[in-house]
Design a protein around this ligand. Structure first.
Ligand code: HEC
Length: 95
C-alpha cells in the first residue's frame, strides 16, 4: 500500500512539473517561446514566479491589468490555481 501511495505522489509531482510547459503552450502565440515577443502583448514576460503568479491571479480577479487586459482575462479564466502556479514557475525559468 505504501508503495502505491508513493508511486502516485511521484506521478503527481511529475505531472505538476510538466504542467507549466503544457499550459504555456497556449501562451506562445502571443508571448513567444521565450516570453519576450512583445509584438502583440506589448510587454515582455519577466520577474520571478511569485510576481508572475500575482499578475495572473490579478487578471483573474480584476486587480491587475493594463490597456490590453481583456486579452489576458480570457486566457487565465480557465486556468486552475495549480495551472497558474505551474505556468508562473515555467515562465520564470524561461530566460
Ligand atoms: C491573445 C494573446 C495572448 C495570449 C494567448 C496570452 N497573452 Fe498574456 N498578455 C497579452 C497581452 C495583450 C498582455 C498585456 C495586457 C495588459 O495590458 O495588461 C499580456 C500580459 C501578460 C502578463 C503580464 C506581463 C506584465 O508584466 O505586465 C503575463 C504574466 C502574461 N500575459 C502571461 C500569459 C500566460 C501565462 C498566457 C497563457 C496562459 C498568456 N499570457 C496568453 C496577450 C496574450
Amino acid at each position: 500500500m505504501k508503495k502505491i501511495v508513493l508511486g502516485l505522489s511521484l506521478t503527481a509531482a511529475a505531472l505538476f512539473a510538466a504542467d507549466g510547459a503544457a499550459v504555456y503552450s497556449k501562451c506562445v502565440a502571443c508571448h513567444g517561446k521565450d516570453g519576450q515577443n512583445t509584438a502583440i502583448s506589448g510587454v515582455a514576460l519577466s520577474g520571478d514566479a511569485a510576481s508572475i503568479e500575482k499578475k495572473l491571479n490579478g487578471y483573474k480577479d480584476g486587480s491587475f491589468g493594463g490597456a490590453k487586459k481583456a486579452m489576458m482575462v480570457g486566457q487565465v479564466a480557465s486556468l486552475s490555481a495549480d495551472d497558474i502556479k505551474a505556468v508562473s514557475a515555467h515562465i520564470a525559468g524561461l530566460k
